[in-house]
Design a protein around this ligand. Structure first.
Ligand code: NAP
Length: 299
């Protein structure tokens, strides 16, 4: 078997096109422009790249983008004062603080300060609790992106065996909750899981989010399974000195021989994260104005 390659880049572009249409309609019918505020504390180069990409795509879908760059030594009170101001600003529907933040700041406290209705990263305890209770909240962007890819590929997932590798609050736990809501039978595995290859072999859906290059081998995959590779590891390029190469958690070439569909790294899950950030901002905006939410962009 040779797996279908799930093109996250193309799919994310179609999601953004859908968002763009909804934004146009919000503007035309209600005079409302969804707004996303992004806070960057310090000058981490990777974070600057992410924030620039978020800004570009926010503007491209017609939303308002509010960027706040703060110096690395910004005291907590000052950051909190900015978050309070954005919480109270009716033109801002989504707020995110780019992580990591400098050591003197506490990420959990920063997330907790953001109004849960504007927590478009879906990382707050409130939104995690709403998801776990099956109630309406905002869902963490990368798991939401994986769910969209899986729904598009598989449609009804009821009764399928799903194994999530990794149990982080950012990804593994919310991914497990989302698959449970789809009526999958879910196993969330981690570094202490006994016989992980055997656990994976029973899965119709494998979602790997560990951060260990090519850990998931061909013989871990049940023939015909759908494989979603979230992991990203940057390793010095084997053939190009001074360059690096991205690897996923799945040994892509060999797994492709048994899976029915698989996401590549890069170009699979990665592009979905910003698309889902924009989807969450649109959802938050609709909820703030009691306007019907667009279908298919949330759970
Ligand atoms: P994390 O917080 O470090 O969690 C990693 C998880 O992997 C932990 O639950 C850990 O188990 C588990 N693990 C570690 N070694 C393992 C092993 N040998 N066998 C089974 N499980 C093992 O990482 P994360 O934030 O969830 O991210 C995971 C990966 O996804 C990273 O590569 C990250 O870069 C990537 N990611 C990509 C995107 C994107 O594409 N946009 C977004 C988010 C994350 P324990 O809990 O037992 O330690």
């Amino acid at each position: 078997m040779s797996a279908d390659i799930i093109d996250g880049k193309a799919f994310s572009a179609s999601v953004r096109a859908q968002i763009s249409e909804h934004v146009e309609r919000l503007k035309a019918d209600h005079g409302i422009t969804p707004g996303l505020a992004v806070i960057l504390v310090g000058e981490d180069p990777a974070s600057e790249v992410y924030v620039a990409a978020k800004h570009k795509q926010t503007v491209e879908v017609g939303m308002a983008s509010f960027d706040h760059k703060l110096p690395a030594d910004t005291p907590e009170e000052e950051l909190f004062a900015l978050i309070d101001q954005l919480n109270a600003d009716p033109t801002v529907h989504g707020i995110l603080c780019q992580f990591p933040v400098p050591d003197h700041l506490n990420e959990r406290a920063v997330v907790a300060r953001i109004d849960p209705a504007k927590d478009v990263d879906g990382l707050s305890v409130v939104n995690a609790g709403l998801l776990a209770s099956g109630e309406t909240g905002l869902v963490s962007c990368t798991p939401l992106g994986c769910l969209m890819l899986l729904r598009d590929r598989l449609g009804n997932m009821s009764g399928k065996e799903a194994v999530v590798i990794g149990r982080s609050n950012l990804f593994g736990k919310p991914m497990g909750q989302l698959l449970l809501q789809e009526n999958c039978t879910v196993t969330i595995s981690h570094s202490r899981t006994a016989d992980l290859p055997e656990v994976c072999r029973r899965a119709d859906i494998v979602v790997a989010a560990v951060g260990r290059a090519e850990m998931v081998k061909q013989d871990w995959i049940k023939p015909g399974a759908t494989v979603i590779d979230v992991g990203i590891t940057r390793i010095p390029h084997p053939e190009k000195p001074g360059k690096s190469k991205l690897f996923g958690d799945v040994a892509f070439a060999e797994a492709s021989e048994v899976a029915s569909s698989i996401t590549p790294v890069p170009g699979g899950v990665g592009p979905m994260t910003i698309a889902c950030l924009l989807a969450n901002t649109l959802t938050a905006c609709c909820r703030a104005h009691s306007i019907e939410e667009p279908e298919g962009l949330t759970v």
